[in-house]
Write a protein that binds this ligand. Sequence first.
Ligand SMILES: [Zn+2]
Length: 311
Amino acid sequence: MPRTVSEARHLTRWLITCAWLACAGSAHALNVFACEPEWASLVKALAPQAQVVSATHQRQDPHHIEARPSLIAALRRADLAVCTGAELEAGWLPVLQQRAGNPMVLDRAGGMFFASDHVALIDARAPGGPFDGDVHAAGNPHFQVDPDRVLEVARGLAETLAQVDPTGARAYHQRAQAFERDWLAHVQRWRAQTSPLRGQRVIAQHSSFAYLWRWLGMVQSADLEPKPGLPPTPGHLNAVLKLAQRERPMAVVATRYQDARSARWLAAQLGNETMAIALPTTVDDAQDPQGLVRLFDDLFKQLLNANGGTR
Ligand SMILES: [Zn+2]
């Protein structure tokens, strides 16, 4: 018990300060704006309390979305924005940043995280290469389908979360360690599971899965897109068909957000040895902390099925 009036006042002031700090600490959950669902899901894994909005969903093409007012509002109130970078969002993120007027999430500000700053990109080559399938001069930005690069992004993201929200730094680092432990166990399981896919050939649309093929030791024989971002033309499809008749790919692969008609047509020409499949490029549920694990489980299951179909 306080013995003097001054002690009592001191105690009261101390209690008020504590209550205010506790309140301030819990009332403001971190607001995060994710450009793609896979990064929203990764934020939920590292910062479960965060309020996360994803600008795109799994059936949308992340190269092209509209700068809707709701997205501008979401970016305006964000403490942190998490995007792919490497020009993937070049057509819409700058517009959102400009209209949101939030200095925290401008390029090079502390609250703007680009996953591409934390991984090495492939295929940063001049146009005219063998695939000619790169709209992305800075390199291929579709690295979310590479388990090793996802882990590198997770490490970088945990650091950024700790900087943006220092009160939670300890918790972010602990969760990042737990995430890494679990992730490496999944990677070991996926490596064993996918060994039959090594050396298999596929034909795919766009460079969406280039990292995945590399990780699996698979080969993309051809790209269905004659030019990056353009739909397959009959002339190009006939050229790809000739090549496919020689190489006998196990599957023709489109993404879920692409029109799969050309992939189906090509697979049908090749008979029942080749399947047409539409693979996911991101998580189903942006709020699911386990979303990325489920994404790779799903990708590998579908590819193994398609491979089984060729036997
Ligand atoms: Zn692309």
